[in-house]
Design a protein around this ligand. Sequence first.
Ligand code: GLY
Length: 438
Amino acid sequence: MKILVVGSGAREHVIAKKLSENADVYTYMGRKNPGLRDVSVDYMVNDESDFDAIVKFAKDMEVDIAFIGPEAPLEMGIVDTLKAEGIESVGPVKSAAQIETNKAFMRELFETYDIPGSIKYGTFYDLDDAYAFIDDFNEPVVIKPIGLTGGKGVKIVGDQLKDNEEAKEYVKEIFDQKMGGFSGVVIEELLIGEEYTIQAFVDGKNLVPMPAAQDHPHAFEGNKGPITGGMGSYTDTGALLPFLTQEEYDQSVEIMQKTIDAIAQQEEPYKGILYGQFMITKDGPKVIEYNARFGDPESMNVLSLLDDDLSKIAQQIVDGTLEDVKFMDKASVCKYVVPDNYPATKAADTIVEVDSDAIAQKDADLFYAAVYADENDDVKLTSSRAMAVLAIRDTIDEAEAACEEAIGFIDGEVYHRSDVATKALLDEKMEHMKNVRG
Ligand code: GLY
């Protein structure tokens, strides 16, 4: 079987690595990711929005199906384009991908189909109406641009925003800049609890969930600093998290099932990976948002635990015949190594030295993200997350320690969050949830 992977980050590296265990992988990437190159039978480096080039590469390589990694090509309709050329994809068509690409669509879908896990919100295309909503609401709010912003557009009162007055200033900025492509905004109630992620394989009708994961979006230790794409994530045994019960996990999966049922009814069947970002609150699971693709870094946790053939699952997604999927019952910890200036956007272009053999000897995995191999095959930094290290062990503690040890074999102008998944941080989360649940 021949599978095309589209995308150039660590998420695509783990997808391609897993697929390559049972299939021939062909990669179309925007930047020469050394990890993707090494697991691909062939690859092409070119603009990821050039659909003509993607179709041509897919046809030249005679691929059977495509696996779309990032959200940007999904928003632009890559799955529809490939379908028109006779190539089916793991990834939703444009109308179904709106569950991620249009925050107003997502909230309205929940309202129309009475899906549990919804929250108080308003969608506004008029600035004065948005201001009036914030004033009347009189509680801390969360401000979201409607369209895609690379995970950096959401701002929360009490975190990045001081108060609701600053929230109004941010709303004006979104309108003025048409941030995310819309002069509009979604304003939501602030949820109190712990965030977690459940990712699922979806074949249009059936949904198979993966182990729950928790990301660490803040840049600095102690959950401080700006929001990033994610500095590290962990999973626990039993597919749960230390603060998440089986009942809450099941309720979350039920919400996801109802969401894909609603998308099929209102739009077109959803095929691909559905990423549910939830908050466990005193009133149970609430949906923060959905992504129409694997999470990054969470994909590395769950796909490394996958004890099954991803190419077979990909075919079943396309055919609408998804069956049960097996995962190892272990804990995993993944930590991102990022450029010293991250998340500031100054490109570094300096060499990062990686002893991948030593990392492998420590029984850890290395996934390349926003780095590139130069003409001398040196690995160079860009402005974004560089590479991720993942360890799987019987407990989170053991996986965390193994991950730290392996990161010691990476050297350059980089840093990472050493507190990700540590006992001290997890104890704080447990204490927090105890207080939230009352
Ligand atoms: N880890 C957050 C995301 O993938 O969007």
